[in-house]
Ligand binder design. Structure first.
Ligand code: GAL
Length: 414
């Protein structure tokens, strides 16, 4: 009894002292829960805390963020939005149109975001003429990762065409190695699909299909060839692929159980967190074909009451676009800075390749938004496409049936 009373009293004391030391605070909803991701988000938590902020973590596990977006909708509908949310692409503008986002224009202007961000990235962060999100990075999606020893031992070079990939995969399979580490979750199927689509359709075809949603391109012979390649690749994954998390697929490449993974460069964050070195333990190359599929992570602030929370939003927005954070976070995350004025001296060869290719593809018009990672179109259309991709991958549907279903699904979602 006595200790209960004491406990209650000290509990009150803690509440009182928290109230007295109020300052910037943020409840942050994100889906960075794998090893590499957790290390990355810790960089932000530390920087926020060392600037006087109090961080309340709301991680929602689930690669690609589908579960996090469901949790977000539930919170907003119940009138209790988180202060800050890892949100990206056209979903930012969709939430803005619902009237629930905070305006962070003052922070953006005070910190000259317009001068330090490429126009292509800044465009995603704007809602009408206001700034409504803060970018943290540029992830590239169209990557292929490989176990260096496994390739060496089997006399295989990184493939530069899909035919080379198929030949390498067949050779590996004959040697008893799983050619492609894959997790059968819809967003991972979509990730592989869009890399194949970029390679086979080319940058213009990709843009017509996944940015313009051009029905003729969606049911073209080239799209049939994309599904044919997906069917071939279905034969290169192991029997236990269903439902596997992406980072477990990365681990299969790390430990030599599998040779390749097609995944965005958050996979590099996993290799690095496990102490693996690019060029030695693992290899990176863009998937066969021209172009660059970008995926920019960002934070949007939701409309909340309270000066402490508003101060937290301002501090968070300022920090994530800050030079130091953009460097340290991205060294861990596998991505490259969104800012153009951050030195890449400490970045590895995969990051330098990404930065060079991003510039070159921007110059040549082949810098494209990732559909699988929510950058190219609104949720309803992206969901309609992914449903078809997954249905095809997990059945014996023909490529011809798949393109017809794809064209109908997109037409119905417009
Ligand atoms: C992407 C996101 C990355 C990474 C990955 C796996 O959509 O942009 O930051 O978290 O999903 O969850």
């Amino acid at each position: 009894m006595k200790s209960y009373v004491l406990g209650a009293v000290s509990g009150l004391a803690i509440v009182a002292s928290t109230a007295a030391s109020a300052g910037p605070e943020a409840e942050v909803l994100h889906y960075w829960t794998s090893g590499g991701e957790a290390k990355s988000v810790a960089v932000l938590q530390e920087e926020f805390a060392s600037n006087g902020g109090t961080w309340t973590d709301m991680p929602v596990a689930g690669g690609g963020g589908d579960a996090a977006m469901t949790a977000l909708r539930a919170r907003v509908l119940s009138g209790n939005a988180p202060t800050a949310v890892q949100l990206k692409g056209p979903a930012i503008q969709e939430w803005y149109e619902e009237g629930v986002l905070a305006d962070i224009t003052a922070v953006a202007e005070a910190n000259n975001w317009a001068d330090v961000l490429p126009a292509s990235i800044a465009g995603h962060m704007k809602c009408e003429d206001t700034w409504c999100a803060a970018p943290v990075n540029v992830h590239r999606v169209d990557w292929i990762w490989a176990n260096a020893d496994v390739l060496n031992a089997n006399g295989i070079a990184m493939p530069t065409t899909w035919d080379e990939f198929n030949a390498a995969a067949e050779k590996l399979q004959a040697a008893g190695i799983i050619p492609l580490a894959h997790g059968g979750q819809a967003w991972q199927d979509a990730t592989v699909f869009e890399a194949v689509a970029l390679g086979i359709l080319g940058a213009d075809g990709f843009r017509k299909a996944f940015v313009d949603l051009d029905i003729d391109t969606l049911k073209s012979d080239e799209m049939v060839a994309v599904f044919d390649q997906m069917r071939t690749m279905r034969g290169f994954v192991d029997d236990n692929f269903s439902g596997r998390d992406w980072n477990l697929a990365t681990a299969m490449v790390m430990n030599g159980e599998a040779a390749f993974q097609i995944m965005g460069d958050w996979a590099k964050g996993e290799f690095l967190a496990a102490g693996k070195a690019p060029g030695e333990d693992f290899l990176c190359a863009s998937t066969p074909g021209e172009g660059f599929l970008y995926n920019v992570d960002s934070f949007a602030m939701f409309d909340v009451d309270g000066d402490d929370k508003k101060a937290g939003q301002e501090l968070l927005a300022k920090l994530v676009v800050g030079q130091n954070f953009q460097k340290v976070f991205n060294l861990n995350k596998g991505s490259i800075p969104a800012r153009t004025d951050v030195s890449l001296d400490e970045f590895d060869s995969c990051a330098l390749l990404s930065a060079d290719d991003m510039q070159a593809s921007s110059d040549s018009g082949s810098l494209l938004p990732s559909y699988a990672h929510g950058m190219a179109m609104r949720g309803a259309q992206a969901g309609a496409i992914t449903d078809v991709v997954t249905a095809h991958f997990n059945s014996d549907m023909s490529s011809q049936e798949a393109v017809e279903m794809l064209a109908n699904a997109v037409a119905n979602s417009l």
